[in-house]
Design a binder for this molecule. Sequence first.
Ligand code: 5AD
Ligand code: SF4
Length: 442
Amino acid sequence: MVSKVSQKSFFIKTFGCQMNVYDSDKMKDIFIANGLKEETEFKSADYVVLNTCHIREKATEKTFSDLGKINKKGKQDQKIIVAGCVAQAEGELIQKRAPYVDLVIGPQSIHALDRFLKKSEFENTSITEFDVIEKFDTLNQFKKNHSQKSAFVTIQEGCDKFCHFCVVPYTRGAEFSRTLDDIANEIRSLVDLGVVEFSLLGQNVNAYHGHNTLGQSQSLADLINHISLINGVERITYSTSHPINMTDDLINLHGSNSKLMPYLHLPVQSGSDHVLKLMNRKHTRDFYFDIIERVRKVKPDIALSSDFIIGFPGETDQDFEDTLDLIKRVKYMNSYSFKYSPRPGTPAADKELIDDRILDERLNRLQDLINQQQMEYNQQFVKKTVQVLINGAGKHDGQVKGKSEFNQSVAIEGTQEIIGKIIPVEITNVYRHSLVGKQATL
Ligand code: 5AD
Ligand code: SF4
């Protein structure tokens, strides 16, 4: 037993995508299994982990500015660990730029943290192997620490698509799918901790092709059907999908599996065939429209969201207008948009950039349209009833908040006792980012 006085502590800061959130949770399990306690701020922690993102330049620069701050203000003898995609991409270069970093650990090697904690050997090591099978085998051995009602579960890692803007194939490696049993076991142990909502994660989640116990390859639809039979699983979502992997079985599942939530994040990146080709997206805008039409046929009220990249090299005014046109036709509940950021080592990295002023103008126009659609989408819910999984205290006293089946944030009057329950809520007020309602009678 570790005595209270000498108990060491850790602090983890997470950047980037949900897959990093999942990895941070796993590192937390490793620290706790080694007798450490979580700290709420970095200054007094014995171990500080930055779990980093490399997707755009700004994300990478943030890592180095945070490292400088930690080095200056952190306690003496503090161990600094850089994990995540910057760790993978930059490797030992991180310690060249920031020599006080004790350990650099890529996303497929986070399980090695256990070894380091046990040996207390850190000095300037960098581990960036793609050891993804061993990663999940090792992580499974640690007791889970999860107190929320929703959990992310990584079911697939990596990417074989090689879009010309994207670092993921280089930072997360080739597509890898966990086995059906492995995932089901993790979900069962999370159900035992009270989790009812599961977000299945992967960089190309719908390219999932893990094996069942008979060694047969299973699709994402097979996996969702399997998981939805586990007692205690109430809600399932999946993210992020690529349009070319939206197979018939997955599309049809939206009409047949009531535990699969009516929400789909399906990034298109651009509405122009010319740009889609330059990006190496492997599909056209009509192909995308066709998927949306088929999903809406089986689930007419499905909520849709997307990612857009503005100003990919070669994007003309007309290409950009085509993107706005696609958005108008699809009508999204919400979307994420980013100015193109060249990433070292990607095929588009040395292409001529579009003037930043034009990028800003295009980004503003696109975001205005997305914001307007988001508000219009939410306005349809006034006086309607949605099912809300209450997951915590609200902003104001006497309020709790949660998520609707359409992935909207919803606040209602209520007390702590209903946290963890799925309740019907009649919507009274809507804002762009959230809804407010009152508990409805059944
Ligand atoms: N520049 C800008 N945005 C990017 N994304 C990925 N790579 C880049 C890049 N080089 C965006 C895509 C992706 C989301 C996670 O980040 O829209 O879907
Ligand atoms: Fe960022 Fe991509 Fe890595 Fe996620 S996988 S942390 S989005 S670079």
